[in-house]
Design a binder for this molecule. Structure first.
Ligand code: SF4
Ligand code: SF4
Length: 95
């Protein structure tokens, strides 16, 4: 099976892994993925807090990250590497 590949500056081939999903249940809203992504893929989002959610929240909502423009992803992997909560699922793409 052939996958979408790219080239490094020196001409070596590499295989991007594109973001497929972000687990908001694990997300702590730290914003690291938002800061490292150069493709404007992410946007913060408020979600309602369940009664059995752990944590001390001032409101009944908490901030998490959302995939706002996932089609902009170039599969660089920076977001997954920056996330301490392993929120991301990424995959290669068939050519
Ligand atoms: S893989 Fe790269 S381009 Fe894609 S969402 Fe993550 S940081 Fe952005
Ligand atoms: S780096 Fe991970 S925990 Fe932090 S906002 Fe992004 S998805 Fe959430």
């Amino acid at each position: 099976m052939a996958y979408v590949t790219g080239l490094t500056k020196s001409g070596e081939s590499w295989t991007p892994e594109f973001v497929e999903s972000l687990d908001q249940a694990s997300c702590i809203g730290c914003g690291r993925c938002y800061n490292v992504c150069t493709r404007d893929v992410f946007a913060p989002e408020e979600i309602e807090v369940d009664e059995d959610d752990e944590g001390d929240y001032d409101d009944d909502v908490r901030m998490v990250m959302a995939l706002a423009n996932v089609d902009n992803c170039i599969g660089c992997g920076a977001c997954a590497k920056s996330c301490s909560k392993n929120c991301f699922t990424s995959a290669t793409m068939e050519a």
